[in-house]
Design a binder for this molecule. Structure first.
Ligand SMILES: [Zn+2]
Length: 298
């Protein structure tokens, strides 16, 4: 029955007017929505693949897209706080927080780095609800897809069975890929890496790698020369030779550290839509393969 439903979803063209309009904050979420919604949904992302996750500049076209959406899907925590003003100006009651068309994918995620005690500006002004970069752990993509499934069923209950089937297929695919990704990185268990921004704690935890240091002293704050000297000293004493930088970051600090230490700067394509990354799976695939190659010294 389920196989039949998937086949039907592929074969039968759904007129654009009958499709559920979905707007996500990021391109990786848009891909997951497509995988769960198939041709029942028409999905677009507000941020461009080359944007800094935290610093997306709102454009008038974004509010227009939101005004027409039946479902809004976000990473949540404070990664896409920039979308809140857009949501307010879109004046679409169906997708406001608490409405049936509002999906926060972080709800089921076990959050890392949640601050204890008082949060003040000296800690950096982002990651105040914990680390929001959870989608880099494929196990969390399953939790996010569950929220998306529930959202699609709320706004389009007539096609719940189709969405359920595709959700189950997505989860199976994640599990299959995850086995392979874990095998690829298994030889490097416990190895230290330097990361530019604190964007990889979920990824590193999943694959058993260690964050030795970050190029930014706090999330969103650029390093001082004194701080860079500390990072360089730590890299030299730990024998770490890999600096991971997401595709949209400036290279100069990481390059300066690399020159002093001989470590290699590895650029990670961390969004669907950059460098031939067509979907969530190819994004994690590229990240895993690049990290593995760098740790192998290739
Ligand atoms: Zn961040």
């Amino acid at each position: 029955m389920k196989v039949w439903l998937i086949a039907l979803g592929i074969l039968v063209a759904v007129p654009a007017t009958a499709q559920v309009r979905v707007v996500t904050t990021f391109t990786d979420l848009a891909d997951i929505v497509k995988q769960i919604g198939g041709n029942r949904v028409q999905v677009s992302a507000l941020a461009r693949p080359q944007d800094d996750f935290h610093l997306v500049t709102p454009r008038p076209s974004m509010a227009l897209e939101l005004s027409r959406a039946k479902l809004f899907v976000r990473v949540g925590m404070d990664l896409d706080l920039w979308a809140d003003d857009l949501l307010a100006s879109a004046r679409n009651a169906n997708i406001l927080r608490g409405s049936s068309g509002y999906v926060d994918c972080s709800v089921r995620v076990k959050k890392l780095e949640v601050p204890t005690g008082r949060v003040d500006p000296s800690m950096g002004d982002i990651h105040v609800y914990g680390n929001p970069h959870y989608l880099f752990d494929p196990a969390n993509a399953k939790l996010a897809s569950r929220e998306i499934l529930e959202g699609l069923k709320r706004v389009d209950p007539a096609h719940s069975a189709e969405y359920e089937s595709r959700y189950e297929a997505f989860v199976r695919q994640v599990d299959e890929h995850l086995k392979r990704w874990q095998a690829t990185l298994a030889p490097y268990r416990g190895k230290p890496v330097v990361v530019y921004h604190k964007s990889l704690p979920y990824f590193l935890q999943r694959f058993g790698l260690q964050e030795l240091a970050t190029v930014e002293p706090k999330p969103g704050i650029p390093p001082s020369p004194g701080y860079l000297r500390e990072v360089i000293a730590r890299i030299k004493s730990a024998g770490c030779h890999v600096i991971l930088v997401e595709h949209f970051r400036p290279r100069r600090f990481a390059d300066a550290i690399a020159r002093e230490t001989g470590a290699k700067v590895v650029v990670l394509p961390a969004a669907v839509g950059v460098e031939g990354i067509t979907d969530y799976f190819s994004m994690i695939d590229a990240m895993v393969n690049r990290v593995a190659s760098a740790l192998a010294g290739r």
